[in-house]
Design a protein around this ligand. Structure first.
Ligand code: PDD
Length: 278
């Protein structure tokens, strides 16, 4: 897991260095992706690269070519079969600290392999707790920005309260989790917040919507109020690190008598099968 890619070279992680004048370090001026690799195969690469291109475009940076080649070399250089590629692009190094960026700097490109343990089937069957907070982040959460202070504070709030996730409300609308998208089930119909500038267009979210449809389960992308959320029959979070994480308690509200719902387990199994067959 030690070989990383930085600006044209593959080198050991311990030898990689970033100049202090990098705009990513000084301003959080950059974007990222986290891409699963299962059994040496990159999972949904096209979807991740498409989202990256969109994030770059939204911060007025040009698309980066050749990332697929770098990814396949990195996979070959690493001994592990299953891990995540963390891909981080900043606007680059500028000679002085200036909010106004220079047009002619080269982006900093970093790719490294990270381990994020996935939950066991038993843990998934048991379910997890979540807590609700006001979504105080900026209004461009559709950009996969490396400026993650809001998400960091909100995820730590969950962790400090023995929860898996903090579910975020803005104007009585559920946006997403601090590191995941959210689905609820009511009367056998599945709902998830519609895409907007307030949430990340999760690659797993897109995959689950497709798989649910293929399995004749109805999904509606719509606004979800706090009351819809706490009165739901089922709730789950989705992300590349854990495709489906059932939530059985949101603050003091018990979901489905504290048991993981059958649709949550079904879509978890469908997603696991899709990953194994990939
Ligand atoms: N984050 N929303 C937020 C705020 C996220 O940080 C993530 C994932 C998602 C789910 O997106 P996807 O299905 O494409 O992974 C939604 C990753 C796991 C991270 O930052 O490490």
């Amino acid at each position: 897991m030690d070989q990383i890619y930085l600006n044209g070279s593959f080198l050991p992680r311990s030898e990689a260095q970033i100049p202090i004048m990098d705009r990513g370090f000084l301003f959080g001026d950059g974007v990222y992706e986290l891409i699963p690799v299962f059994n040496k195969k990159v999972f949904l690469l096209e979807e991740h690269l498409k989202r990256l291109k969109n994030s770059l475009n939204l911060i007025q940076m040009n698309d980066i070519k050749g990332l697929d080649k770098i990814i396949s070399t990195l996979i070959k250089k690493n001994t592990k079969n299953t891990f995540f590629i963390y891909l981080h692009i900043t606007r680059g190094v500028q000679s002085s600290r200036n909010h106004i960026y220079s047009e002619n700097i080269e982006p900093t490109i970093l790719l490294m392999c990270e381990d994020y343990p996935s939950f066991s089937k038993n843990e998934i069957k048991q379910g997890f707790q979540a807590t609700i907070q006001n979504d105080f982040r900026w209004m461009k959460s559709n950009i996969k920005s490396i400026s993650l202070l809001g998400n960091v504070l909100l995820k730590n709030y969950a962790s400090n309260n023995e929860c898996y996730e903090t579910l975020l409300m803005r104007d009585n609308r559920l946006t997403e989790g601090s590191t995941s998208n959210v689905f609820i089930v009511k009367d056998e119909i599945i709902y998830t917040p519609k895409l907007s500038n307030e949430l990340l267009p999760g690659v797993t979210r897109g995959l689950l919507i497709k798989l649910l449809g293929q399995n004749n389960l109805k999904v509606i992308e719509s606004d979800i109020s706090q009351s819809d959320l706490i009165n739901a029959d089922e709730v789950w979070c989705s992300s590349s690190t854990n495709s489906v994480v059932p939530i059985i308690k949101v603050d003091n509200s018990i979901i489905n008598d504290g048991k993981t719902g059958k649709i949550s387990i079904k879509i978890y199994e469908i997603a696991q099968d899709f990953i194994s067959d990939f």
